[in-house]
Design a protein around this ligand. Sequence first.
Ligand SMILES: NC(=O)c1ccc[n+]([C@@H]2O[C@H](COP(=O)([O-])OP(=O)(O)OC[C@H]3O[C@@H](n4cnc5c(N)ncnc54)[C@H](O)[C@@H]3O)[C@@H](O)[C@H]2O)c1
Length: 420
Amino acid sequence: MSVQQQSVVVGQGYVGLPVAMRAVDAGHVVTGVDLDQRRAHALAGGVSYVEDIPSAQVQRALESGRYRSLDSYESIGAWDVAVITVPTPLHESRPDLTFVEQSSASLARSLRPGATVILESTTYPGTTERLVVPILEAGSGLVAGSDFFVGYSPERIDPGNPVWGFVNTPKVVAGLDAASLVHVQGFYDGLVETTVPVSGLREAELTKLLENTFRHVNIALVNELAVFANELGVDVWESIDAAGTKPFGFMKFTPGPGVGGHCLPVDPSYLSWEVKRTLGKTFRFVELANDVNEHMPDHVVDRATSMLNDRSKSVRGSRIALVGLSYKKNSGDTREAPSARVIELLGALGADVVAVDPHVEDHRWPTGVERIAPKAAAFADVDLAIVLTDHDDVDLAMLRTVPTFDSRNVLSPSDDVVVL
Ligand SMILES: NC(=O)c1ccc[n+]([C@@H]2O[C@H](COP(=O)([O-])OP(=O)(O)OC[C@H]3O[C@@H](n4cnc5c(N)ncnc54)[C@H](O)[C@@H]3O)[C@@H](O)[C@H]2O)c1
């Protein structure tokens, strides 16, 4: 495979930008296409908005002459490999594949014989073959398998993970047929240390949904356990830590205020939707996990309300500070974050909600919530703090004098600190 391969990465978000940057490092000539003009222009100016990719890396890629960022498909020219990394959200609880359809149709116009198209977006089994391939064929007049190649490779990126990154995380790859697999695997063999071929596109698509459903269900298990353990007067965190010492047959998951991000609140529902549509059956584990995880913000607000009540205060009129708004530690990503529901519930009860989160940019900041500084002085008139996300660079010592509900078990319990 030529090192000067022309690659297109469609979508320059949390998944697409790392793929594009790694491909540049591997010697490819890369075009990143993102219809979000703000993002495309930021990248063209050497500014990254993805935590794992420093702006300096984007600047180096631009300076190498092997990376460009476009906000349309007009001038993408000829390419050998295109990787699609666009969002796959839910719309009214149903998979919304509009972005996959649109990007496939746009790519089809410049698809040439011998090229390879790989879908990385998370989706239900059958999407690549039944949705993407027909769109590519119709738009190009070419035939998949004989004129061009098609693959699926799920992304396993874990934003902020200092150990497992794009290069050392094994990458599952699949092709429409044997020839497609050779092309898809060849592409990723140049980018990552280990590729894991599976026999079919649908197996690769299901792999990603299995991984995320596994996590979703196990988090729901400890979340529900935490709620009951509190009522039973048992320290669930200590039990989880103790169980975590078992060297086999147990994997440690920790409770929290709910799940967020693009993956866990969304992906398992792609699976349950497909099971329902095709088999007419309910994927009970997914439904149950959704229900438990979606109600964790209610539990957090109930516990916070009790703390105020114990201090002869009501939620109405209290100044409540949320510490951490993003769905995970050290990230500024607020998509589907439980903080949104906590804000909604507290607002409905009449609280004056303020928050601290240096990772969350202004354009993602929730409306109606005052941003306060991560300093003890800013908490002087706060009635209650709620730790939702424990960023490493936010010193929780600032909460020393404030009654605090800690949904992450990062503070020591005391008269003024209650842990989930
Ligand atoms: N974020 C993660 O941690 C993660 C991990 C694994 C898999 N995934 C999956 O990867 C996919 C992308 O997720 P993400 O987090 O990178 O999303 P993202 O929103 O950060 O980035 C996607 C980008 O695609 C762009 N886009 C939308 N339609 C387009 C089109 N027609 N042409 C060009 N660009 C278009 C958007 O403007 C956006 O910038 C999703 O299917 C997601 O489930 C995400």
